[in-house]
Design a protein around this ligand. Structure first.
Ligand code: GLC
Length: 818
């Protein structure tokens, strides 16, 4: 062993030298001499103010904040002065009274809550975290450090942690790589990445939050810094995980686990959850660049109804506008938009229109005139306007980081809302500029009064645009839930919008990638996500399109979209057998809608992700780290899409427990891989034993028919299993006033009995009276069914051996007896 490693001081120096090598950065101005990195020295003193502790080495200060029992925030101020507290991701820290304490020992200070310890080592300022069993979950490998930025002022800030040999990493939003990020380095700088490739980086969004999983124990790091940031997960050096940014503060939240699910929930407690979407938005959406003129839109929507393929959303891409000017209509293609939107609505279609941030420089265009008069457009450092070319030609761009601009922007949707438009698709908001890529660094932003250059505002620009859109629509639509979708965003965007993964490609590789991206977005706090089904550019064949529809059926957001230079791309464009299979899966989407909606509620209220990779189900099972095809949809349905052409069967790993094949009701024990047939008509779908899966009747669109009864598929179990079923009006914010119904089912079985119990919370009453029970997998022949003391007379034993009966939706207790 190297003797130096035994001497703590020499060891620290050695680590620092290695670090110098690792982050060797040249002076950005001269391009020559490396800039000197400065490291925290030894801790000189500590001071406490409420739930904040300030440690100093004499000059630099480190603030440690107890946010909750499980979340601790660390901030660094190189010269002792912290920036004013402001974050677009974390609207406010909940100042809950938590029990915490500070201990001092010979070697360290320790800030402890009931769950976590944050250790600050005196001699070298190393920060580490441990649990109540003194198990260290996260520790610095070198002290926090920084470099002065001579060009812009401020600092490049760096944090380097130890990376363990088996540690896996998840999160970071939409990265186009394997699910486990280990061994790779990523940048966060929102980028318009048309036809991106596998491993291309950066893409459209910045979610600087990752989950580490080491020896079965998880924790999270949220580096809340909007500047261009980099994460290195043992890529440069296998033993280190580093994150750094080109400016701003070194500010991160340590989020305790030990379960990955806890980490995601706690991340949501900081950054918020997605509001309940309008129910229709969980239906199927049809999009294309571009459906025009009006006759084309009518033909496409009629095509759905004629062929009885359900659809709720129809999209208008940029060609509905006059010369691509936002908030205008091309009257040649759309002479009477009000009538069109109204007719579509009468046929169950909700119209969603695209809006881009680039506003055409044109003194005869009211939006430009207003923005110019009110000085709402972004300017360069020397006060010139920020100008760039996008779809409409020469454009200027609203500064969405200014609250007054957001308010104005929100109001611009008035006419569209009056016309009956139900949703807005926010595109090109990285922001994208043709040629240049994006804005230059020196563009100034108001940044909600905290001011900043584009270096600071770039990654939040898109999020603030969709925030302005969402908040504006929310006001204009009164009590109705708006639907918004965005391409770019930053952590916290889930409070305002759904997302799609951008301009993907019609290839099998992209189908695989989209599957990973959606799972990753889901575990990164962006639950309502989907891909362009079929691939934006290029031509899928019928098989690829159908396999994509099958995956899309289980994406929280389900939309087909394609570029304008491709062939027609509706679910019937490929003929039979594809049309029939596409219909079957879209119908399945509608049947499972109450299940998805309930899962959405679990997300909204409790912070659970909607898609959960199997590693989240069983994080102790090391092999799950490599399983990135399959995921659960909510916690009861396991989905394994088919991602290769001509695949007639595939291996599926079933996590521990009993699972029912959705198509055959056959039972399999988990904890093993099974081989499942995968003809084009199916993909492997398994239901967890004990689940209660609510189903609505198939409809061509949400609200087409009154629901007369709800089917409850109950899967036998020998254990006690809970399920949720959430219902409300599906389109208003009444749920914020407790007008909803959250039902909880508890299912438990034995050799000779199966019991189902129901409890309810909330003030909503659905119109239908009865549940239609369908009991699956009973290991005995039922002789009696007793519900709330009464025997049910009409029991039907179906051909597939399931047992059916009907009873009031208000039941409390069911015994199914041998
Ligand atoms: C961008 C979007 C794409 C859209 C196109 C035209 O490429 O990502 O979805 O169709 O612009 O508006």
């Amino acid at each position: 062993m190297d003797e130096n490693l035994l001497n703590p001081e020499l060891l620290a120096n050695k680590l620092i030298e290695e670090e110098e090598e690792f982050h060797h950065v040249n002076n950005p101005v001269t391009g020559l001499k490396p800039i000197v990195k400065k490291y925290l020295g030894s801790v000189a003193s500590v001071e406490q103010k409420g739930n904040k502790f300030y440690f100093t080495d004499g000059e630099a200060r480190v603030e440690v904040t107890v946010v909750t029992d499980e979340i601790i925030r660390v901030r660094l101020a190189p010269h002792g002065v912290f920036l004013e507290e402001f974050s677009y991701a974390v609207p406010k820290l909940q100042p809950k009274p938590y029990v915490f304490s500070l201990h001092e020992s010979e070697n360290e200070y320790r800030v402890s809550t009931n769950t976590v310890n944050c250790h600050i080592r005196k001699k070298d300022f190393f920060v580490s975290f441990s649990d109540t069993q003194n198990h260290v979950t996260n520790e610095d490998a070198v002290p926090m450090h920084w470099e002065e930025n001579v060009q812009f002022g401020g600092y490049y800030v760096f944090c380097t942690k130890s990376c363990h040999s088996e540690e896996a990493f998840y999160g970071l939003g939409d990265k186009a790589s394997d699910l486990n990020l280990r061994g790779r380095r990523f940048k966060n700088w929102n980028t318009d990445a048309y036809s991106f490739n596998w491993n291309q980086d950066p893409l459209y969004r910045t979610i600087p939050f990752y989950i580490s999983l080491n020896e079965g124990i998880a924790h999270g790091i949220f580096f809340d810094n909007t500047f261009k940031s980099t994460f290195d997960f043992g890529s440069e050096d296998r033993t280190r995980t580093s994150f750094w940014a080109d400016g701003g503060e070194l500010q991160y939240y340590y989020i305790h686990g030990p379960h990955m699910m806890d980490v995601v929930k706690r991340y949501h407690s900081l950054t918020g959850t997605h509001p309940m979407p309008p129910l229709w938005a969980l239906g199927y959406h049809q999009c294309r660049w571009s459906y025009y003129p009006e006759a084309k839109v009518r033909a496409v929507t009629k095509g759905f109804r004629d062929r009885k393929i359900p659809c709720d959303g129809i999209y208008l891409d940029i060609d509905y506008m006059d010369g691509y000017r936002c908030f205008t209509w091309n009257r040649k293609y759309f002479p009477d938009p009000k009538k069109l939107v109204k007719d579509l609505a009468a046929d169950g279609f909700k119209t969603v229109v695209i809006i881009d941030p680039g506003i055409r420089v044109d003194d005869n265009y009211w939006v430009f005139k207003e923005g110019k008069e009110k000085r709402y457009f972004c300017r360069r450092c020397d006060d010139y306007f920020m100008e760039g070319h996008v779809w409409p030609g020469r454009c200027q761009f609203p500064d969405f980081t200014n609250p007054e601009v957001r308010e104005w922007w929100g109001g611009l949707f008035d006419e569209l809302v009056q016309l009956g438009v139900a949703g807005v698709w926010n595109d090109m908001n990285e922001p994208a500029v043709f040629g240049a890529g994006t804005f230059p660094d020196d563009v100034r932003h108001q940044y909600d009064g905290f001011r900043g250059s584009h270096r600071k505002a770039h990654n939040v620009y898109g999020m603030q645009m969709v925030r302005a859109t969402y908040e504006g629509l929310r006001k204009l639509m009164k009590n109705k839930r708006p639907f918004t979708i965005t391409r770019a965003g930053y952590s916290g965007l889930q409070r305002y919008a759904s997302v799609w993964t951008g301009d993907n490609v019609a290839s099998w590789e992209h189908l695989r990638l989209g599957n990973i991206q959606c799972q990753r977005l889901s575990m990164s706090g962006v639950p309502f996500c989907g891909t362009d089904i079929g691939g934006f550019s290029g031509e899928p064949d019928g098989e690829l399109f159908t396999r994509w529809i099958q995956l899309g059926t289980f994406s929280p957001f389900m939309r087909a979209h394609s570029a304008g230079d491709t062939k027609e791309r509706e679910p019937w464009s490929f003929g039979e057998p594809f049309t029939a299979i596409n219909r079957k899966f879209i119908e399945l989407r509608y049947r499972l809608m109450p299940y998805l909606y309930s899962t959405f509620w679990e997300h909204h209220r409790y912070g659970f992700p909607i898609l959960r990779p199997v590693v989240m189900q069983e994080q102790n099972e090391i092999n799950n780290q490599a399983r990135q095809d399959e995921f659960t949809y909510g916690d009861k349905i396991l989905v394994c899409p088919v991602l290769e052409p001509g695949q007639l069967n595939r291996r599926v790993y079933l996590p521990t427990g009993t699972w029912f094949n959705y198509w055959t009701n056959e039972q399999s024990e988990g904890g093993q891989e099974v081989v499942v047939p995968t003809p084009l008509e199916t993909i492997p779908l398994f239901i967890k034993a004990g689940a209660v899966i609510p189903e609505y009747p198939v409809m061509q669109y949400v609200g087409e028919k009154e629901i007369e009864e709800v089917k409850l598929n109950v899967y036998f179990t020998e254990h006690e299993v809970n399920s949720f079923f959430f219902e409300d009006y599906g389109e208003t914010f009444a749920y914020e006033q407790d007008i909803y119904l959250e039902k909880k089912f508890i299912v438990a079985g034995k050799d000779s009995i199966l019991t189902i119990q129901q409890s309810m919370e909330g003030l909503y009453t659905p119109r239908y009276e009865n549940y239609h029970f369908n009991i699956i997998g009973l290991p005995f022949k039922a002789s009696k069914v007793i519900i709330d003391g009464k025997e049910v007379k009409e029991l039907i034993l179906n051909e597939d051996k399931t047992l059916s009966f009907k009873f009031s939706k208000n039941f409390k207790h069911i015994d199914i007896i041998k």
